[in-house]
Design a binder for this molecule. Structure first.
Ligand code: NAP
Length: 263
């Protein structure tokens, strides 16, 4: 059978992507003959990396647009592998798959959980996080948030900020007192310890991304009794089966295939 014929026979899967986990899953699935993998990206990045298999870019146009897309492209299963802080796409996928009857799986890296010795304060919005900085009398704050979130903290006069970003924002938001640091994870524990010590950090503000790349700061904070103001993940639709890694996603797909998905 030629590659072209195999692609015609293969069941089409839609991966809602934009994460490392989505790229990894596309790599694994594209290597298997049973699946024709389409990865969807929102289109936020100017020159995004293309995933193994097919890539499409841009929003679908809400639930109705996604239903149309699933129908027109004869999608047989959807894997929602969007970022834990992507608040909307999972809801649209759940509703569109409910309407069309297409199986949906959520793959999400587990959230971090507080352990003995942690001094975490959970918040559910950046506004609440900024209020927590003010109320906690934090003096020296490591702001490990995205550039879009900086505006929530820029008016705080009572604290000095160490602001860690991947690249400089232009223009630099006018913080009263701040130092800017540009670095891309993963961050090693020794470096995170040194960072907290060098800058005498008493508070970290971050979001509960989970995973290992940026977890070391939490361990260093625990060791030092540094307070962590932690943004919790947005709510997810109920009733969507969820797995924590690609292995479990493949097992789910295998079970679907057994009941006739790729006939
Ligand atoms: P969001 O709030 O969940 O989605 C907003 C809208 O963007 C959706 O309604 C949809 O538009 C479109 N969209 C989102 N993900 C899409 C995808 N994979 N393919 C096609 N359209 C998509 O998401 P977001 O926070 O704006 O994030 C956008 C993308 O960046 C996501 O794919 C996510 O995985 C990735 N990302 C987000 C974060 C974060 O912290 N939020 C971090 C890293 C990566 P329509 O309604 O028009 O379909």
């Amino acid at each position: 059978m030629s590659d072209g014929e195999r692609r015609v026979m293969a069941a089409k899967l839609l991966i809602l992507g934009g994460t490392t986990e989505a790229y990894d899953l596309a790599d694994r699935l594209a290597a298997l003959p049973d699946w024709h993998v389409i990865t969807s990206l929102a289109g936020r990045t100017a020159d995004p990396r293309h995933a193994a298999g097919e890539t499409r870019i841009g929003g679908f146009g809400g639930v109705a647009g996604l239903v149309r897309y699933l129908d027109e492209h004869a999608i047989r299963a959807v894997l929602d592998v969007t970022h834990p802080f992507a608040a909307q796409m999972g809801w649209n996928a759940a509703e569109a798959c409910r309407i069309t009857g297409i199986p949906l799986l959520r793959l999400e890296r587990p959230a971090w959980t507080a352990e003995a010795g942690d001094r975490w304060q959970s918040v559910t919005s950046w506004t609440e996080a900024a209020a927590a900085v003010r109320q906690s009398q934090a003096q020296r704050v490591l702001l490990a948030v995205g550039r879009q979130e900086l505006s929530h903290f820029v008016d705080i006069e009572t604290a000095w900020f160490l602001i860690r970003l991947v690249t400089p924002p232009a223009p630099l938001p006018p913080f009263y007192a701040a130092e800017w640091l540009y670095a891309r994870g993963p961050f090693a524990l020794a470096d995170e310890r040194a960072l907290l010590d060098t800058w005498a950090i008493d508070t970290i503000v971050c979001k509960n991304s989970g995973g290992t790349a940026t977890a070391a700061k939490l361990l260093a904070a625990r060791e030092r009794g540094v307070r962590v103001i932690m943004l919790q993940r947005p709510a997810r639709p109920a009733g969507v089966p969820t797995v924590a890694d690609g292995e479990a996603a493949l097992a789910w797909l295998e079970r679907l295939a057994l009941v006739g998905l790729n006939r």
